[in-house]
Design a protein around this ligand. Sequence first.
Ligand code: OSB
Ligand code: MG
Length: 376
Amino acid sequence: MIKIDAIHMREINLPLAYPFETSFGVTTDRRVLLVEIESEGLTAWGECVAGEHPYFSDEMIDTAWIVTETELAPRLLEAEIDGGGDCPDVFRQVRGHRMAKAALESAVWDLSAQRAGAPLGKLLGGTQTTIPCGVSIGIQSSPEVLLEKVAKELAAGYQRIKLKCKPGWDSEIFKAVRRRYPEILLSCDANSAYRMKDFDHIAGWDEFGLLMIEQPLWFDDFYFHSMLQKRIETAICLDESIRNRRDALAAIDMGSCRIINIKVGRVGGFSEAIALHNAAAERGVPVWCGGMLETGIGRAHNIALSSLPNFSLPGDVSASSRYWARDIIEPEVVVSGSGEITVPTGVGSGFEVDRQRIEALTVRRQSLRARAREMA
Ligand code: OSB
Ligand code: MG
C-alpha cells in the first residue's frame, strides 16, 4: 500500500522560447499546473497539460486546479492504492477532467517507480531503449520563414516534420515543403479546422504523400472522419477525438483513422494510455506520442510512455530547448543527431526536478495533507 502524506499543487508561469500558433490560437506564455506527491520521504511530480484556455479541449488550467483541489486530491489522499493502476477507480465518480486526473496519476506512477527502484518506462511496459522524434511546427508569418524552420529541424536530425495547418495555410505550404524535400516524413495537423465542404480540398493533399492528416474535422467526431477517410488515400490520425480506449476501438472499427496520437493528459492517465496502446497494437494500428508544450516533467513522462512497443512512428516529443530558454528538469531533454531520445535507465523518470527554479516560477500554491491515519 502506498501512504500519501501530502499533495502539493502549484502553478508556474514561464514563457515559451518561440510562440506556437495552431488553427485555434497562438501560445506565447505557459501557465502550468504541477502536482507533487509526498510519500514516506519520497517526492514525485506530475504535470497537468491543460492549456491556458479551453481551446484544444474543454479543460483549462483553472478548471484543472479547482477539480484537483476539491475533488481529485482529496480522494487520492483518502484512497488505499498500490500504484498508478488504481487511480482510475479512485477518480471514477468524477466525470471528464481527464488532464487533471492524468497529472495525479502520473505522479503516482512516478512514485511507484521510485519505490521499486525501477525506471518509469519499464514499469509502464516499455521495451524500446530509444524513441524516434519528430517536431510539430506552428503556423508561421510566411512560407519562407516556415521553410527556414523546417531546414533547421531537419539539420538537427528530427525524423518527421508535422506542419500545423488551417484553411489558407495548407496546400501551398505542403507544396513548398515537398518541392524542397521530396523524401522526408511529412504530416499535417489541422486541430479541427475543416468541415464537410472541404472534403475535395483535403482529397487534393493526397499528391503530397503525407504520412498522415491529423484531426482535420470536428474535435469530437468519428463519423464524418470515417466518411473523409473513405474519400482520401492519406491516413487520418485522430488526436482530439480519442478520449479513451473505447473511442479508439470505435474509431478503428468505423475506419475513422489509421493512426492514433496518444496524449496521456487527453486520455486521463497512463492506465488508459497503456490500454489504448495495447488495443491499437492488437489491431495493427500504429500510435505515436503527442505533445502539449510540456515542461520537462511532462516531457519525461512522455518519453517513458513512448518506450512501449507500439509507439512505432516518430512522436511530437522533442528537445527541451525547442520550448524553453531553460527547462525545470536536469538534465534537459536532448535529441541525438539522428533524431532520437535515449530512454533513461535511472530510477523513476530518470530526471531531477530543479526545485529552486520551480520555486522562482511559482505564482500560486496549495497543499493538501492526509488526515492522521489510525494506528493499525
Ligand atoms: O494538436 O498536437 C496538437 C500543442 C498544443 C496543443 C495541441 C497540439 C500541440 C502540438 C505541439 O502539436 C506538440 C508539442 O511540440 O508539444
Ligand atoms: Mg494534434
